[in-house]
Design a protein around this ligand. Structure first.
Ligand code: G6Q
Length: 549
């Protein structure tokens, strides 16, 4: 089967890119005062402004044709219907069912999964309310004050990001910790702030076999038992979020205290499942359900809106436009909200683990760029660090600016001084990245500053900005659970759209599995007394150097 870059629409887009690159964004805005009106989409309280992209109406028409050609809508419907679109693992991809608010059944393997989803949600409500109210007691009869989530990758990044983002909704009496790294520092630094009598450990692992998580879980259990002495108390201080009942009970966790999810929930798409338990405990089940509701509303938008008005599909198409036609292969996530400080690492996993692949669904080597390198930092911090490269670097980095109109915090003059400064920085950055500063503008500015003669001539090139650097602006009212749910799902479906266009299975992760496999081969070599010669000379050299030292 021929690949998408062999299609005639791809060739047309290639040709179109050659035409459009001759026109700068500044020129596009000068010649069309309605650009903002023409190129933005509103959905609920979200505004997606994509006017600062190197596109015309024709670009959009062609990209929509590309989406149709790749059958994004058909694949989308197959996913929601529970077809096994995760072909290498023979699994349905139904994280959407976890936030489904319709009464309609969702079927995988001839079974409506909704009753079991609802059952786990009810169990999460019961348990989180008991912990939050202090009804759930530790082994000495005290209420829980710390929860320590032990998990990694998909069993860590989502809940950690959401708890950070929704801190204003968080419990004032229960502190959440997220331990993921097998580096002993991570667990040690968390437990040194905890008291075994009032700490609840949440062992989050889909497989319950991931070495980092299990090593930390056993160490946490030893730490707890040092004080509690009796293993019958484990059930009051350890719960599990997993698909593997057998290993959970072997660990000593009461299966009553296991919150289940299923193989059709991919790790990086699992925060909506039982993996969200730390979120539910920290912000309360009502707020967790608001998060689900926001996610569901974005699902509905994705499912029912024509492509031109469909935010995630348009985001996906714009990404393809830059990655494949402009060769801009990285993408920055720039949230102007301190709460979203973990959004970039979260999306790094979601996107790069899903689409960082060179083999397509048919097992063929792909000969064009696929998943972008995702990176970012919150504004304004990033401005004082890497924005230099965004403005004048030789790499061009399309960016998403993600911004709440209102803050949860009122500080300074009229209670919004901080937020106004934040907003003005966001606006200034997107505007200047797009407009740049011409040679003449730089000269005028320098002259005004009092420079003279040769100084001016040598200084002008340094103060010139080419501009023409694309960005999207994603605005919303305030960072609420519901809005956050919409934002996360918007990115999930953007990733989906790109995977379909590139004909990639976005739902497996053989690279991650490979990492787990090779670490297992190395570990015994570190414990053996003799030097190793099992690997290549560099690997042997490193292992032996570590052993000698
Ligand atoms: C996610 C990946 C990966 C996974 C971790 C943890 O999609 O599969 O990041 O979440 O490796 O796996 P467990 O939850 O099985 O411990």
């Amino acid at each position: 089967m021929s690949q998408i870059n062999q299609s005639s629409i791809w060739q047309t887009l290639n040709q179109h890119k050659k035409d459009i690159e001759l026109i700068s964004l500044r020129e596009m805005f000068n010649s069309n005062p309605n650009r903002f009106d023409q190129f933005h989409i509103q959905f609920n309280d979200l505004l997606f402004d994509y006017s600062k992209h190197r596109i015309s109406k024709e670009t959009i028409n062609l990209l929509v044709r590309l989406a149709k050609e790749a059958d994004v809508e058909g694949w989308r419907d197959r996913m929601f219907k529970g077809e096994k679109i995760n072909s290498t693992e023979h699994r349905s991809v139904l994280h959407t069912a976890l936030r489904n608010q319709n009464d309609t059944p969702v079927v995988s393997d001839n079974e409506n999964v909704m009753p079991k989803v609802d059952k786990v949600l009810k169990k999460m409500r019961r348990f989180s309310e008991e912990v939050r109210s202090g009804q759930w007691k530790g082994f000495t009869g005290k209420a829980i004050t710390n929860i320590v989530n032990i998990g990694i990758g998909g069993s860590d990044l989502g809940p950690a990001m959401v708890c950070q983002a929704l801190k204003t909704y968080g419990s004032k009496t229960i502190r959440p910790y997220f331990v993921s790294n097998v580096d002993g520092a991570d667990l040690s630094q968390a437990i040194e702030k905890c008291d075994p009598e009032t700490t609840l450990f949440i062992i989050a692992s889909k497989t319950f076999t991931t070495p980092e998580t299990m090593t930390n879980a056993f160490a946490a259990r030893d730490w707890f038992l040092k004080t509690a002495k009796d293993s019958q108390y484990i059930k009051k201080h350890f719960v599990a979020l997993s698909t593997n009942q057998h290993l959970v009970s072997r660990f000593g966790i009461d299966v009553e205290n296991m919150f289940e999810f299923w193989d059709w929930v991919g790790g990086r798409y699992s925060l909506w499942s039982a993996i969200g338990l730390p979120i539910a405990i920290y912000i309360g089940m009502d707020s967790f359900e608001e998060l689900l509701k926001g996610g569901f509303e974005m699902d509905e938008h994705f499912k029912t809106t024509p492509i031109e008005q469909n935010i995630p599909i348009m985001m996906g198409l714009l990404g393809v436009w830059y990655i494949n036609f402009f060769n801009y292969t990285t993408h920055a996530i720039l949230a102007y909200d301190q709460g979203l400080s973990k959004l970039a690492p979260y999306l790094q996993q979601a996107d790069m683990e899903s689409n960082g692949k060179f083999i397509n669904r048919n097992g063929e080597r792909i000969d064009f760029h696929t998943g972008p390198i995702i990176w970012g930092e919150v504004g304004t911090n990033g401005q004082h660090a890497f924005y230099q490269l965004l403005h004048q670097g030789t790499e061009i980095v399309p960016a998403d600016f993600i911004v709440p109109i209102k803050s949860h915090y009122s500080l300074g003059k009229e209670g919004n001084e901080h937020h106004k400064i934040l907003l003005s920085n966001f606006i200034a950055q997107t505007q200047s990245l797009m407009m740049g500063k011409t040679y003449d503008e730089a000269r005028t500015e320098i002259e005004k500053q009092g420079y003279e003669g040769e100084d001016i001539e040598s200084f002008i090139p340094q103060k010139t900005f080419e501009g023409n650097r694309p960005s999207s602006s994603i605005l919303f009212q305030k960072l609420t659970p519901k809005t956050l749910g919409q934002i996360i799902v918007m990115y999930e479906h953007k990733i989906f759209t790109q995977g379909i266009i590139w004909n990639i299975n976005s739902f497996d992760q053989w690279g991650v599995e490979y990492g787990k496999q090779i670490a297992k081969q190395v570990l015994p070599n570190l414990s053996e007394n003799k030097l190793t010669d099992s690997f290549d000379s560099s690997t042997n050299g490193l292992i032996n150097y570590i052993k000698k030292n």
